[in-house]
Design a protein around this ligand. Sequence first.
Ligand SMILES: C[S@@+](CC[C@H](N)C(=O)[O-])C[C@H]1O[C@@H](n2cnc3c(N)ncnc32)[C@H](O)[C@@H]1O
Length: 304
Amino acid sequence: MSQFSSPSYAASRYDANRPECPRTVLNKVVDYYKIAAKVNGTGSLLVDVGCGSGNSTRLLYSHMGSLGGSPLIDRFVGCDVSQKMISFAKASVREMGLDSSLSFDVIDYLELQNRFDANSVEILTCMESVHWFTDIESFWGQCHRILKDKVGVLAVWGYVDPVILEYPRLDAIFEDLTYGNNKLGNDWSQPGRTFLKNLLKDIKIDNQSFTDIEENVITVDQIRKAENLETLGYVLKRKMKLQDLKDYFKTYSSYHSWKLRNSEGISDIIDQAFELILKQENTLTMDAEVTVIWNSTYKLARKY
Ligand SMILES: C[S@@+](CC[C@H](N)C(=O)[O-])C[C@H]1O[C@@H](n2cnc3c(N)ncnc32)[C@H](O)[C@@H]1O
């Protein structure tokens, strides 16, 4: 999974256009942690693996860190294999004037046990990243080693394949853009994208090392059918301009690969898809606000 590490990958576009993990899921992580831990915050550590531009770590920090008054967690470390992403994340902390309890480092998931002490981490998060970790057994092993005995929480979250709630007729265009053979379909790193498309069902948390494993999935079909979204609990939904949705698609690693394969002068594949959208739904404009929904999943577990 090298696209996010490419010097030409736009970390700023990633940061501006990716959705945030819903508060309901963050609260579940907090509750999960509080059940087993005698929480007083002191010396506690959260490690966010595959943190990208720092978007997920900053969110975790604002939810569980000192901003809220009495912190649940003292220190947050975002790790990513991409130097480009980590440089952006570090700069964002400086620009936003966030405190030193939040830091970032270039760390491969296979290096976690060399970089964090055994039995030292309260919460280990993996947001929209675990599907890229090809040696999953090693990853679970390293999580197990660095998480605190009987207390440490492993929290995985992922989302995929957005559609527009109000315009189901456009679903086919998004599907074709993302997976079509002559579109972005062949530019995904595999098996990562297939793991994510299947909502991480094939990535099983090791039940020899972890207990209290909880897994949940919400699909866009469930969201479309629900009379009351509140009953679904943790829907990933965002009001966006159509232009912002187009920019979101341009954060795809597959799009980065497609761009590298296609020289200047070739009509942009995402621009083409959005032109088709405007033709198909001719009342829409790029400034129109739409409700974007994603399939999403979370997994929670505690170290034995
Ligand atoms: C889709 S981004 C997720 C970023 C962020 N956590 C979020 O919620 O948006 C996936 C990240 O996983 C990182 N990644 C891929 N392979 C990795 C590895 N071997 N070790 C650490 N991070 C890795 C990529 O560099 C990328 O920044």
